[in-house]
Design a protein around this ligand. Structure first.
Ligand code: NAD
Ligand code: UDP
Length: 330
């Protein structure tokens, strides 16, 4: 017998894959999403499923749902262009949104898994980053609405656990990519592949020597499900990602090679506070979840390229600012 599971942000990139996985395992899924950074196209196939329900709702507002047995909280703009677009809303989503979800978990006595981020480490002074590294975050920069919001959400998760006994799980996600990314989210993988397919210039920010470690979405979803099902005394935070670190310039060259593109690489200014390196220490994930990333970057990029090459780009718009969005349903 499956569970009735709430996935906030379920219409987004990671959320859509997670909803599918949970449905495939025989669960009933309630996807709560404001569509701030996603479109219904991403979950069109799931809409046919009798056990899939969509509630258009912003988690900054209180939410009451019956019979929920577990919560995955993914709702939050994740791409820098998205979360900096309306930074106050981003911070509210992380802070007020998680309080609403923790309130539901407390009232129902159910487990809540929260998707935090490698951004809690800011621009790290150590590499690879371990969970006990407290980070190097600018509290007042352009990225702070996201980084500090996510840090505050982790604090709230632990405080609700200590103060109210809420069953909490925290995962720190490192850069993840794959099919179902919004083609105009501005993240590096979607940008580079879209640019390469169109024969446009590939925009490398700065000198391209900054690093990221790219995890394919199927590996990430496996880790999220394992964390949700891990023993109750393991709250995390646990790093999840791929340890294979690449410079952004290397990524640009690899995308050109894999797509056979004639695009050229051009340099653009490096955005402020752009972290110089990111690589997860995955010891904890290996020990406690028995998990490791298995999809090589080349294979993941091939699958992402296939997805992006089939999209009708005219259907995809940059996200609507919240003040222009239609009123939310009650
Ligand atoms: P995404 O933007 O594709 O998905 C986020 C979803 O949340 C979207 O469907 C969006 O409409 C929804 N949303 C945003 N604000 C909301 C609100 N206030 N109420 C309800 N819904 C809201 O991003 P993603 O890559 O799928 O990220 C999912 C989660 O994982 C986020 O919390 C993100 O911070 C975290 N994460 C992702 C990555 C990554 O590399 N993909 C890295 C670190 C952390
Ligand atoms: N980046 C880039 N060109 C782009 C988009 C991003 O060079 O068109 C760089 C960006 O400056 C950062 C890295 O790629 O160093 C990853 O950016 P992304 O927005 O995907 O995520 P981040 O890890 O910064 O949150």
């Amino acid at each position: 017998m499956g569970q009735r599971i709430l996935v906030t942000g379920g219409a987004g990139f990671l959320g859509s894959h997670l909803c599918k996985r949970l449905l495939d395992e025989g669960n009933s899924v309630v996807c709560v999403d404001s569509f701030a950074t996603s479109q219904r196209e991403t979950i069109a196939d799931l809409m046919e499923h009798p056990e899939f329900e969509v509630v258009e709702h912003d988690i900054v507002e209180p939410l009451y749902l019956d019979d929920i047995e577990a919560i995955y909280n993914l709702a939050c703009p994740a791409a820098p262009g998205h979360y900096q677009y309306n930074p106050v809303r981003t911070m509210k989503t992380s802070v007020v949104g998680i309080i609403n979800m923790l309130g539901m978990a407390k009232a129902k006595g159910i487990r809540l898994l929260h998707t935090s981020t490698s951004e809690v480490y800011g621009d790290p002074e150590i590499s690879p980053q371990r969970e006990d590294y407290n980070g190097n975050v600018n509290p007042i920069g352009r990225r702070s609405c996201y980084d500090e919001g996510k840090r505050a959400a982790e604090t709230l998760m632990y405080d609700y656990n200590r103060q109210h006994g809420v069953d909490v799980k925290i995962v720190r996600i490192f850069n993840t990519y794959g099919p179902n990314m919004h083609p105009f989210d501005g993240r590096v993988v979607s940008n580079f592949i879209r640019q390469a397919l169109a024969g446009d210039d590939i925009t490398v920010f700065g000198d391209g020597s900054q690093t990221r470690s790219f995890c394919f979405v199927s590996d990430m979803i496996e880790a999220l499900v394992r964390m949700m099902n891990s023993p109750a005394d393991f709250h995390g935070p646990v790093n999840v990602g791929n340890p294979n670190e690449r410079t952004i310039l290397e990524l640009a060259e690899l995308v050109i090679e894999l797509t056979g593109s004639s695009s050229s690489i051009v340099r653009k200014p490096l955005p402020p506070d752009d972290p110089t390196r990111r690589r997860p220490d995955l010891t904890l994930a290996t020990e406690r979840l028995g998990w490791e990333a298995v999809v090589p970057l080349e294979e993941g990029l091939r699958q992402t390229t296939e997805y992006l090459s089939k999209l009708d780009m005219s259907l995809w718009k940059p996200p609507t600012p919240f003040w222009e969005a239609p009123p939310l349903e009650a």
